[in-house]
Design a protein around this ligand. Structure first.
Ligand SMILES: [Mg+2]
Length: 189
């Protein structure tokens, strides 16, 4: 990835048009690791590590009136728990689901167009949806096919602050960051 890509900003007009942000889960909200094990009795357990700073970024998007959705090609209770914790109602996980009809459902329910949708992605399963959205963001360690299509690339890797970096850049480009920060700080003081 070139320094030039990092320096590109989101573009105010494109950022202001966003009404929905879709995050891929594995490799975007996580570093892609899947911790598998069994519990006594043989039941399977799976753990994922989510980044707390990404979580606050997502909360700030929601506070700005932007809807958030998680779309994953792999089912995991951990993802469901994280979505619930962040009040992300549109959380969809299905191993063999076709992602475009799935996202069309989200757009219909949220009254959003492809053009008004942003997506943060890392790998090939994201490409079909990624191509169609109005704003494409990639994690620093995205596969070349994803990075090449992205309007904006994070400096951070997936699961290591990339989502937070995107939320912040998006809100700055929309001119909403300072106001949100003041409001947040006031509430927390
Ligand atoms: Mg992924």
């Amino acid at each position: 990835m070139t320094q030039r890509m990092w320096e590109r900003d989101l573009g105010e007009a494109r950022a202001r048009g966003v009404r929905l942000v879709i995050f891929d889960v594995d490799g975007v909200l996580t570093d892609g690791s899947i911790h598998l094990g069994t519990i006594p009795g043989g039941g399977a357990v799976e753990f994922k590590r989510f980044d707390i700073q990404d979580g606050l970024g997502i909360k700030l998007l929601q506070r700005a009136g932007i809807q958030v959705a998680f779309v994953s090609g792999r089912f995991s209770d951990a993802t469901e728990l994280r979505a619930r914790e962040l009040s992300v109602a549109e959380c969809h996980q299905a191993a063999d689901a076709r992602k475009i009809p799935l996202v069309e459902g989200i757009l219909a329910r949220t009254g959003t167009s492809w053009e008004e949708t942003a997506m943060m992605a890392d790998d090939l399963p994201d490409l079909g949806v990624f191509r169609r959205v109005g704003l494409r963001a990639a994690v620093a360690n995205a596969q070349p096919e994803v990075a090449r299509l992205a309007h904006w690339c994070a400096r951070s890797r997936g699961g290591e602050g990339a989502a937070r970096e995107f939320c912040r850049a998006l809100l700055i480009a929309r001119g909403e960051w300072d106001g949100l920060l003041e409001e947040y700080e006031r509430e927390r003081s």
